[in-house]
Design a protein around this ligand. Structure first.
Ligand SMILES: Cc1cc2nc3c(=O)[nH]c(=O)nc-3n(C[C@H](O)[C@H](O)[C@H](O)COP(=O)(O)OP(=O)(O)OC[C@H]3O[C@@H](n4cnc5c(N)ncnc54)[C@H](O)[C@@H]3O)c2cc1C
Length: 306
């Protein structure tokens, strides 16, 4: 099949309004950085997703799945093949288990929207998530967390599309969730939906916890600039931001990318940064911290298209 053929052929699988070509990824990442996706698809449901994946595999076309693009640095050259964006969906109560209520949320739902709705009902265990800007799928893949809470605490199971194109259930234990990690990316499995088991408490207490976390984020994080959140994982026994600050790198800039003056753990897009600027800055910070403190900073941000 020629290059042109596969793009035409795709339109027989997906309605053309779900597909775009040479779509700038800067529109779909919180960093506001990234060249074009050769082909960008927003499937409407799990069946359409499955057909796209099977098509990509059958024709040896590389594919990448993204959620809300809030933990990504996409190369200036963009991404070849198909980028599949998991977008929107719904969440609902599906039952109980002992004193816990089970909620199913589609992968494309914003984790913060789901968490805010849960908090309003008194599920304080999700208060930590009300300021995390990713999707439910991305949150599960990253085992997202904040303020002592993480996905692992309340996740019960997920429905995934396996690399063989099967839709199966996985228990939370099977995902081997640990600090900002699950085994889903290694296994090339795509999250379709997730079930959380939540314990109901007082809505007032849950809302006050949410207000506290929101205020702390506004106070500490450079939310006024595009970024992908914390650039580095927390190294065992240290805080990345503190190490970077102690190297004198607060406000250090390469091109348009800057170590945030407000929070040294965030690289921000200060002024029309390119992915190359961010990459160079990340490398510089890693080298400096390693030379000064002997600590290796591992990126939390994921790189696509490099
Ligand atoms: C201002 C700001 C604050 C942040 N604060 C926090 C925080 O407090 N705690 C925290 O943990 N993170 C935080 N983040 C980072 C980010 O929001 C989380 O990592 C989030 O979980 C990423 O979700 P996403 O949908 O944006 O995923 P993306 O960035 O789109 O993708 C992340 C990874 O998940 C994969 N992926 C996404 N969806 C799926 C799916 N359905 N199936 C399979 N793979 C998938 C992608 O391939 C990629 O490898 C912050 C980011 C910003 C910009």
């Amino acid at each position: 099949m020629t290059l042109l053929d596969w793009k035409e052929e795709l339109k027989t699988i997906c309605p053309s309004e779900h597909i775009s070509f040479e779509e700038p990824m800067s529109r779909h990442t919180s960093f506001r950085i990234g060249g074009p996706a050769e082909c960008y698809i927003v499937p409407k449901d799990a069946e359409e997703l499955k057909q796209v994946i099977l098509f990509a595999k059958a024709n040896a076309i590389p594919f990448t799945v993204i959620g809300n693009g809030t933990n990504l640095l996409v190369s200036d050259d963009g991404i070849r093949g198909i980028v599949i964006r998991m977008e929107e969906g719904s969440f609902s109560e599906i039952g109980t288990d002992g004193d816990r209520v089970l909620y199913r949320a589609d992968a494309g739902v914003l984790f913060s929207s789901f968490a805010k709705a849960a908090v309003k009902l008194g599920y304080s265990e999700l208060a930590y998530a009300t300021g995390i800007p990713g999707s439910v799928g991305g949150a599960v893949v990253m085992n997202a967390g904040a303020y002592g809470g993480e996905v692992k605490d309340t996740l019960r199971s997920v429905t995934v599309l396996t690399k063989d194109g099967e839709i199966v259930e996985r228990t939370a234990e099977e995902l081997q969730l640990s600090y900002r990690h699950s085994n889903l990316s290694e296994k090339e499995e795509i999250v379709i939906s997730a079930v959380f088991a939540l314990k109901k408490g007082s809505p007032e207490e849950a809302l006050s916890l949410q207000a506290d976390y929101t205020a702390r984020r506004k106070d500490k994080q450079p939310l006024e600039y595009p970024s992908a959140g914390s650039t580095f994982k927390r190294p065992e026994g240290y805080f990345a931001g503190k190490l970077i600050e102690d190297c004198g790198l607060r406000g250090f800039q390469i091109g348009g990318a800057q170590v945030s003056e407000k929070h040294c753990g965030f690289v921000i897009n200060k002024a029309d940064a390119t992915a190359e600027d961010v990459m160079q800055l990340i490398g510089y910070v890693q080298r400096t911290v390693s030379e000064r403190f002997g600590v290796v900073l591992e990126p939390e941000v994921r790189f696509l298209g490099f």
